[in-house]
Design a protein around this ligand. Structure first.
Ligand SMILES: [Zn+2]
Length: 306
């Protein structure tokens, strides 16, 4: 039973929108790639869980929580009548090794010890769920989901699931019935409500941007480029030939405008400029009117999402 689904993190969404519209530095691009990969790994794990008996457990994905003024994040958690599972999902690729308490990439570059983060989350989650009346043992593990991940010199007792062990982890789950666990379901729902959608990471790694300097246009639903033009009732990409309905593409693009510039007013002229399509005022107005709420103000009439 899915109680809290995974959404694309705000700062990743923002960067996806910005990518075709602004030049990223090499560092920003690298970080974007890493974050995309991390998110992809988490989604992959969600799919594996959905196809396993663990889909009968109470599932809470991607929680950002706070306990006594300390915040922490949980990639994936499963609650059964007997146990709480806490998973930190890593999509690392390549060869890594451990020396003592320290983790290194094969090149010798040190990475953060992921186990410390896992232990921190567990130590904060324990009193938090107890305060909600969930007095169950927590089993926490780091799950490495990428088949191209290798870890040398790892102690067998470490709380990690290697790619070759993911299948046996999934097989170890037995399905449960939550029918007689009404109290637990209620507490788990309360836990889901404690999730804070605004995280301090929201503004991290986002290139500085201003409306005036961003490239305008509709980004292609296939290749992401701004080489999209109107062709009757559809949008067509000059680069990859992908086709999208005109309304869908425009609404997608004005949604980007809303997220990137929450304080700007979407007038017809601004929508025309932002979408940079060969579209006259009347046609754009008709589309905006159909999908958004019109706020009248003469020349400054603008449109907002419901
Ligand atoms: Zn394209």
């Amino acid at each position: 039973m899915l109680l809290k689904e995974r959404k694309i993190p705000n700062n990743l969404q923002l960067r996806r929108y910005l990518k075709p519209r602004i030049a990223f530095t090499e560092g920003q691009l690298k970080k974007l790639l890493t974050d995309e990969k991390g998110f992809e790994g988490e989604c992959k794990f969600d799919e594996l869980i959905a196809r396993s008996p663990a889909s009968t457990y109470l599932q809470l994905n991607d929680l950002f929580l706070e306990w006594r003024n300390t915040t922490f994040q949980i990639d994936s958690s499963l609650i059964t009548p007997h146990k709480v599972y806490l998973f930190d999902v890593k999509n690392y690729e390549g060869e890594f090794y451990i020396e003592g308490n320290r983790w290194y990439y094969s090149s010798g570059y040190e990475i953060k010890n992921p186990i410390l983060q896992l232990q921190r989350s567990e130590s904060l989650l324990t009193p938090l769920i107890q305060s909600l009346g969930i007095n169950l043992p927590i089993e926490s593990k780091i799950v490495f989901v990428n088949p191209n991940f290798t870890l040398f010199q790892a102690n067998r007792l470490l709380p990690i699931i290697l790619p070759t062990q993911v299948n046996s982890l999934l097989k170890s789950f037995g399905s449960v019935s939550m029918k007689s666990s009404g109290h637990l379901v209620k507490s788990a729902k309360e836990l889901a409500l404690l999730h804070n959608d605004k995280t301090p990471f929201d503004n991290m790694h986002i290139p500085e941007y201003a409306y005036e300097s961003l490239n305008k246009g509709v980004s292609c639903c296939g290749c992401g480029s701004l080489a999209v033009h109107v062709n009757g009732r559809v949008l067509m990409c000059k680069r990859c030939r992908a086709i999208e309905k005109l309304h869908t593409g425009i609404m997608r693009t004005v949604e980007e405008h809303r997220v990137l510039f929450p304080k700007r007013f979407l007038t017809v002229s601004e929508a025309i400029e932002w979408c940079r399509l060969d579209l006259n005022k009347l046609r754009m107005q008709k589309i905006l009117k159909e999908h958004l709420v019109m706020v009248e103000g003469g020349k400054s009439t603008y449109y907002r999402f419901e």
